[in-house]
Design a protein around this ligand. Structure first.
Ligand code: UD1
Length: 488
């Protein structure tokens, strides 16, 4: 199938756009749904390991920035144009959420999307099946509350990585003068007029920071939010809002000040690069003894990851908008503790655990953001890794070899980690539930293949065939674990 705007072949991810109601003339919806279903719902990844990865990887737009900027467009009436959007299913889901509210979403082509918000109706509530698919659906609350003083949205979903309350978001809305009720799994926020307030966040939550900013930009008077998250996408969202006429200062520091304005106007905004996608390819290059250059990145955003890679003995060069990562000897064990930015990002922790599983020595990884972010470890152990989890800490004893197996992606970053394990393993790996990975990595297997990975997508009907694993050595530790766990 070919994209009518660009004459380029349409990727499975782009097909999701089409399913989300963006019409491409001659393509029938039924065909599109069939395609999407085949590619996304029923797909598994088949990985054959041990190829070193070499070459350049263009990094796409940042998922978590795009998922906040898209709802931010609803704060103004008219057509905004967003570019450098990643081609991932979470963006397609958000497009459908906006359409369910009355927005028109056009031209999702080559990373550029136009959103006309002039017919958005705040009285509508987005369908729960969409809202529950992604975490960032909570931004609909802030955007609609900010512009119309009313929103009713189901509680958000997202990766199962621990208790993920939204109490700080709601505390912020209440401080601005909104009445908040939660009934039957839906949050309703309502205010006759929002008034600026002084808000202190108990935790530097990314979502709460952005959501309160979205609500406050049109409030009367000034708002100060303290102990805010400092992630670069907070700065990206603030700069998008400022380009719409908002007055947000201090984004990226621990305190944000917002001077409320009467009205915002549509904008054109380019999303910043995705540092977690970049970290994933950097680690994939390193664990396969490869040499990978990441293009279109902001190296500064990756400082914590680069520092840990260097500490582990990986060669990292950076310059302007690229980073080159090469592994010239077995990595060394290091300690990693995840923290809000500028600390080591929790989302890069599962891939980093793969590197440490193959390092010389014993590493300790502590999770400082979520209480239950090690639920990918069971699947990692199927490869023959040696990891012990104690509460929010994982102790990883490096091994020399790991072996392909059959695993399930339980969430987005866990899925990426399993793919990297498959690339470093001897033999064949099958990863099911790959739709989690499609939520956040654009053209994952295509980009991996470009740098030499042996990865393909298979339908679940081929499952029996794909579970065979005749490449595993009979005396490998991996196979003993696999047999113990009753998996073939
Ligand atoms: C966002 C990212 C996610 C990333 C995370 C931390 C999106 C869509 N997702 O998630 O990929 O892993 O930041 O970098 O941008 N918390 C509360 N109360 C709240 C809000 C958060 O206690 O009201 C706690 C959470 O339980 C968690 C911590 O604060 O322990 C950080 O959460 P937060 O920064 O809000 O993460 P998300 O915005 O959900």
């Amino acid at each position: 199938m070919v994209c009518p705007c660009s004459e380029e072949p349409i990727s499975p991810q782009t097909l999701l756009w089409m399913e989300s109601g963006v019409l491409y003339g001659k393509y029938k919806l039924a065909n599109i749904i069939t395609e999407v279903g085949r590619e996304h719902t029923l797909a598994e990844l088949i990985v054959r390991g041990s190829n070193p990865l070499f070459g350049e990887v263009p990094i796409g737009g940042r998922k978590n920035s795009a998922l906040a900027v898209i709802p931010a467009t609803m704060l103004a009436s008219g057509t905004s144009t967003l570019s450098n959007l990643p081609d991932i299913s979470d963006i397609a889901t958000y497009s459908r959420i906006l359409q369910s509210l009355g927005a028109t979403v056009q031209k999702p082509c080559n990373g550029t999307m136009r959103i006309d918000t002039s017919k958005v109706c705040p009285d509508r509530s987005p369908p729960l099946n969409l809202v529950k698919t992604i975490r960032a659906s909570y931004y609909v609350l802030g955007a609609l509350l900010g512009r119309w003083g009313y929103a009713r949205v189901g509680l958000p979903g997202g990766c199962d990585i621990g208790h993920r309350p939204i109490d700080q978001h709601l505390k912020g809305f209440r401080a601005l003068g909104a009445e908040v009720t939660i009934e039957h799994g839906e949050v309703t926020v309502e205010a006759s007029r929002l008034e600026g307030a002084h808000i202190y966040l108990d935790v530097p939550s990314v979502g709460a920071t952005i959501n309160i900013v979205l609500a406050a930009v049109l409030a009367r008077g000034s708002t100060i939010i303290e102990n805010t998250a400092r992630e670069p996408h907070i700065v990206d969202v603030a700069s998008c809002l400022n380009s719409m006429g908002a007055r947000v200062v201090g984004a990226g520091t621990g305190t944000i000040k917002i001077h409320g304005v009467e009205e915002l106007h549509p904008t054109k905004h380019a999303i910043i690069p995705d540092e977690i996608e970049a970290a994933t390819y950097a680690i994939a290059g390193a664990v396969t003894d490869g040499d990978v250059t990441l293009l279109n990145v902001v190296p500064k955003h990756l400082d914590a990851v680069i520092a840990k890679l260097r500490e582990a003995g990986i060669a990292v060069e950076e310059n302007g908008d690229w980073i080159r990562v090469a592994c010239r000897s077995k990595p060394r064990a290091v300690g990693v503790k995840t923290h809000p930015y500028p600390g080591f990002p929790t989302d890069a922790m599962p891939p980093m655990m793969v590197l440490l599983s193959l390092a010389n020595g014993t590493s300790v990884v502590s999770e400082g953001v979520y209480e239950n972010r090690f639920n990918h470890v069971d699947e990692m152990q199927r490869f023959g890794t040696k990891i012990r989890v104690e509460g929010r800490t994982a102790v990883i004893e490096g091994v020399d070899h790991i072996y392909g197996t059959s695993v399930q992606a339980r969430n987005l970053r866990a899925g990426a980690a399993l793919l990297i394990l498959g690339l470093a393993a001897r033999g064949k790996t099958t990863i099911s539930s790959i739709e989690h990975v499609d939520r956040g990595y654009e053209h994952f297997e295509e980009k991996m293949r470009e740098i030499g990975a042996d990865v393909s997508r298979a339908r679940e009907e081929d499952e029996d065939e794909s579970r065979e694993n005749d490449d595993i050595p009979a005396d490998g530790e991996g196979i003993r674990r696999v047999v113990n766990l009753g998996r073939s």
